[in-house]
Design a protein around this ligand. Sequence first.
Ligand code: DOR
Length: 449
Amino acid sequence: MTQSKTHDLAIINAVCLLPANDGTLLRAQTSVAVTNGKISAIGPRAHVGAAEIIDAKGLHLLPGIIDSQVHFREPGLTHKEDLESGTRGAVLGGVTCVFEMPNTKPSTTTLEHLNQKFQAAEGRVWSNVSFFIGATPDNANELEELELHPNCCAIKIFMGSSTGSLLVEEENNLRKILAKGRRRIAVHCEDEARLRERRKLVEGKNNPALHHVWRDEETALIATKRLVRLARETSRPVHVLHVTTAEEMDFLKGAKDVATVETTPQHLTLAAPECYERLGTLAQMNPPIREARHREALWRAVNDGTVTVLGSDHAPHTLEEKAKPHPESPSGMTGVQTILPLMLDHVNNGKLSLERLVELLARNPARLYYAVGKGEIRVGFDADFTLVDMGRTEEIKREWIASKSGWSPFEGTKVKGWPVATIVGGSVVMRDGQLLGRPIGRPVLFEQR
Ligand code: DOR
């Protein structure tokens, strides 16, 4: 007797990272079934009658990895990256979902710009996508309305200038933006006045090792403290992006009432001065990579619950652009393709647990921005998964990097732990390093709270 097909796909024999009733994550070797792009059953017999079966024996099945901080440069800067190449890198690295930043050209500051990005993404993105809306002193009155776009992840504020022209420096403007609207706002915290004042320390020196001296700890701390004060004053939740200093982490431990916290794999992996000696301007980003004492503090914050999310801050620039003398050289490095391999290696080295990693790269980014159906392997959730081989050792090679910019600061690094399949909406889009099918990524939906 032939059984009628009950599910489109089932993944069997993997050790799955599942949500437990007490809010933690548990590991279970079980089957997960998918129907119409959603998770339809979980359990030892969930695969019965599935049209297609993936045997994932020896592998771990994670909820689809979310990189909630990437710059894909479209429109306007597509010689560095575009939505197709950026999301191709994402799925090759095991990422199923990206939230893209607004400092494109033009900056994403109006409904028209936001809609243009979603239109440009149609049929061209390999992973699911959302876009941030950039805050400016001029669009402050419209942001309340703009943040309600169902597929927009959040408003982004640059308190210090970085790549592009987005900047909100004045306290009154910051207050105005925070006071209206309700959703969590993501913020780049560096104090613009101090950056301007200290630029003379690096001007004409062509020394990238001074990048973190110019943009020092105090520059970051001043902005983070100001943001938290204004967030409390206006009762507005904020998300502090790429926190890089021990001092900010100490402060943010006591700011959980209003602030969630992000850091990056590169700040957890590299340290000054070694990274600048070895990589020069390729190690230059904002806020900067700092000395090892900060890196150790970031690790403590990852493991004591201060850090909520990891994001790659994938910020590609061409090698030609990076060859300019510092500080004219642009800040930023690629990362969307290496965020998961690097962090799996840290798991294998005992720096954090796989459960904690799944919180930081899937559950928490989905929760803090209220993404619908993302971040957990749960019946009814979207069928986005990342299958990883925790025992596989690979070297990160330039040829593997999909970014149009064509490089990674981690070339030559050997990592243990590797993404072997990426499943987006129930379709396998990467298997053993090969892209499969077409770019079927979709806009992420957000709950309005
Ligand atoms: O290093 C950085 N590069 N930091 C940012 O905040 C922006 C980014 C970029 O877009 O290049």
